[in-house]
Design a protein around this ligand. Structure first.
Ligand SMILES: [Zn+2]
Length: 248
């Protein structure tokens, strides 16, 4: 695509995502107003809170995750996207919790099972919240550089997880990656945080570090914001539907 065409396409994607984010935020607020009205009608009952959103930036500290040919580490990109995601949810009025906000590993430094301890600590944190959804942010890598695109995994053990994953997938396919035909995937024991999650949970592989052009985009603030906007919009759509269904 020529330079002008690309610029215009990028502009439209940005507009679409901006509108989507605004609509998702409005949906969140209206779902809450709806609940307030329904509950004040049934006098005395407490207001049903929005779910707490637990945002998990994968890896960290001694665990860099996947590494790109240029030395970029997955843990760094995960945290950048996770922080943008946290901002979108908190701006929309959600209570948010991040499993890490810095370049650190979780769990006991002296453990002989550091990796498992790190993953366990993320799940234990999620267990502290009764009404929560868990979103883990990761990057993909594959030996063949041609593969690209975002992919969403879901917990097969907790209610709502496939629906949440599907909302995020649909948002990505409708706006950011129209050519992305990847379907959502149920996670087995190979993805510990999903296999052991106590709540509705997904893991988003945001893109491939092994694909040079996708890597170049993933390193930019602009593209990180677009990824975060897609995940937020999909999740907010899921939650506004769920909340409305529960009230009905
Ligand atoms: Zn990872």
């Amino acid at each position: 695509m020529n330079k002008h065409g690309f610029g215009r396409a990028t502009f439209f994607v940005s507009c679409f995502l901006l509108v989507s984010v605004i609509l998702a935020a409005i949906a969140t607020v209206s779902a809450r107003i709806f609940i307030s009205e329904a509950e004040s009608a049934s006098a005395g009952e407490g207001q049903k809170p929005l779910p707490t959103v637990i945002i998990d930036a994968g890896h960290g500290g001694r665990d860099g995750g996947a590494s790109a040919d240029d030395g970029t580490l997955e843990k760094t990109l995960n945290l950048a996207v996770a922080k943008k995601l946290e901002r979108l949810f908190s701006d929309a009025g959600y209570k948010t919790v991040m499993t890490r906000t810095e370049d650190v590993a979780l769990g006991d430094e002296n453990s002989s099972h550091k990796k498992l301890d790190d993953l366990r600590a993320r799940v234990e944190l999620a267990k502290e919240y009764e009404n929560a959804i868990f979103i883990s942010v990761h990057m993909n890598k594959f030996p063949v550089p041609k593969y690209s695109g975002l992919c969403v995994y879901f917990s097969k053990k907790t209610a709502g997880s496939p629906a949440l994953a599907e909302e995020v997938r649909m948002t990505v396919a409708a706006s950011l990656q129209k050519e992305n035909g990847r379907q959502i995937k149920g996670a087995g024991s190979e993805i510990y945080v999903l296999d052991n999650a106590p709540c509705t949970a997904i893991l988003v592989e945001c893109g491939f570090l092994s694909n040079p052009s996708e890597l170049a985009m993933l390193k930019t603030e602009e593209y990180q914001s677009k990824i975060a906007a897609c995940i937020f919009t999909g999740a907010a759509n899921y939650m506004s539907k769920t909340i409305t269904e529960e009230v009905n």
